[in-house]
Design a protein. Sequence first.
Length: 464
Amino acid sequence: MALNDILQGWIQRFLFDHDAREVFIMSGTESKTQQLLQRKNQAVARGIANSTNVFVEKASGAVITDVEGKEFLDFYAGVGVLNVGHCPEPVVKAVQQQADKLLHSFFAIAMYEPYVALAEKLNAIAPGSAVKKTMFANSGAEAVENAVKIARHATKKTGIISFECAFHGRTFMTMSLTSKVKPYKYGFGPFAPDVYKVPSAYCYRCHYRSSYPGCGLHCLENFERFFAAEIDAEHIAAMIIEPVQGEGGFLVPPPEFLPGLKSICQSKGILLIADEVQTGFGRTGKMFAIENWGVEPDLMTTAKSIAAGVPLSAVTGKAEYMDAPDAGNIGGTYGGNPLACVAGLETIKFIEDNHLCSRAAEIGQKTMTRLKALQERCPAIGDVRGLGAMIGIELVKDRETKEPAKELTGKVVKYCLEQGVMLISAGIFSNVIRLLIPLVVTDEQLDRGLTVLEQSILRAAAEE
């Protein structure tokens, strides 16, 4: 055989992205994906991680199409950003129309009606009966930063309590509030002072080695000791918590936990901040997750699905606290951009008009039923938990020891991607498959995606 023939036979080669380690097999000319990967590796900072090698060309509803023309079912929704799916027509049209009129002016100098209208809407739909007010920012982390500022100014106190397994962002304060060390905190210390961590209600891995409901809720009882041994309650301005902890592993607290926290806060003069960045806008079967417990927070942060992918976040809270900072104390150049505000108005209208809160409950019920059945067949599934269409599958090496199965989780994500379903992992041990399925998913797409997920879990578990 001629040397040229031999070389041609071996021209297929592997390209690994250093983050995802996803293998691409290519022959002849480079694919568009390969070209883009090479450009990305040359131009983009290494700290921007990529869990897949997919470059998106377009997307609609619950379907992503990459630059090679391959379609994927989206089961991660931009990490909870796309509850209304990709490119919902009313939102796209509203943004297009607004772009013809005004892109930016800075609300603090020259105001515009969409900012006011969206604030009015959020005040109206926020949990509880108290009079509310709203301010806008750009990201979930920025909303949390502002909520902390507002709480401190309103209470004239400085201490902030957050919870283990929490994720609140990657800025200085929000990184300090966040619990997972790698990759979010490692190497970035020292962190903001006056931040105090307490155990969360992670019932599957109880900090106190107890079992609900016979545990007596040690996670609430702990506060009596905490305020005596760690910091006096009179020093604490606010307590912040995700009603369902997201990056921490989709942890759904027991029924008594959030009402118990509210009671503690009220008795100690502490503000309760609900971080609804990932849980808000229909994801859990309610417009906001904390409504599932009948709790009214003092302040609430929102972002992600607030505007169908247009960068926007908000702090909404009781007027007496929101009005505590003086003029100019809060805000920012881009906060409440007119494009984002019209997108937010149309997104909320889309959720309401299409009954997506009810749809989330339907998706969740169907998904939980199938996954619970799979759990009975597959010992690698330690726990299945969720609320509405926010569902986590915790994978373990052994059900008795509950040793986290991080590598197995990675395999499941990889096998799903190979079969055209895109999802991601979570958890402080990186062993939870998290499902954030767009609420506009069709029944056929849901069934097909869940079948791929089931097959991938069984395949990966069989290889262990």
